[in-house]
Design a protein around this ligand. Sequence first.
Ligand code: GLA
Length: 357
Amino acid sequence: MKFKKITVLTLITMMIASILTACETEQPLLKDKYAEYYNVGVALSKNTVNSYSDEIMTNFNIIVAENEMKWESIQPNEGQFRYTSADLIVEKAEELGAEVRGHVLVWHSQTPSWVFRGDLDDVRERMFTHIENVVGNYKGRISEWDVVNEVLSDSSDPNELFRQDSGWYEACGKDDDVFIQLLADAFKKAKEVDPDLMLYYNDYNLNQQIKREKCVTLVEKLIESGAPIDGVGMQGHYDYQGLNIQDVEDSMDAFIELGMKVAITELDLSAYTWNYSGEAYSEFSKEQEKAQAEVFAQIYEVARDRKDDVTSIITWGVADDYTWKDNFPVMNRKDYPLLFDVFSEPKEALNAILDFE
Ligand code: GLA
């Protein structure tokens, strides 16, 4: 009898001890761990806004809409503004107590062709109307906007500053000076509508030297033109095998040197190198997950080293069940680029970015 009592007591003690240990080793929330550094966030879409548990979502304190605030979503036809889908994302962020990053006001893609009809005055007027309406609609609820996205050219020619296939650039007769004025006007208008906003220029491959230099030139010219620009968004669609972290650091430093804040706005680390043409990976192995986690850790670390100037790191999605990388650059090829896996379980990457003193 006595023996039984002792056994039960021992069992209870062991259970309490293991519960206590579990509590002690429970991971902190990402946003708490990063409270003194920068915001940590994710992109949500109308398809994923309710896909993930509160337990996951409460890790984040900044949210961006994947597509719902793009021109074609908000103003598909001239003068017809639709906020229903974008509102879903904003309301979700508010429920989480997270900030909202607006994406995007001026972009060549996902913008209806009617925007570019007529002459430059017509196009500029439409740009103003759009900014007044959209920024005005979310005034006080959105803290920062990508005012301009992806105007820089990918050409290796350093003298070709701007991408050629843009309706905005064409409306300016492909004249660089005229175009810079137009972009500066966009920044000025956004600031006029909501003076409290942080305003960003956002682009991909800004880690690459040639594009970094073009971005520096653009920011300098925007500042000269009186554009109230606060920061540069480095999108961060990388692959974990191909990224040289020094390039990311050099770009951050180049932009910070100009007085810019820096955000990594669309981070994902593809399982595939850019030119990979083999079979799709039917699963992401533990080794791959570990190697990817190291690169995630490096990115969050170099950003921590610049915490006074880095404002946020945002991944372009939450979990590997839903990522645009499944269809880019190769259609229907499963990718694994995010912090949570296809079952919404935390990946090594999440542990790795939480692992610092
Ligand atoms: C670019 C854009 C984003 C999104 C991604 C792909 O990075 O800035 O809005 O379209 O491409 O999802």
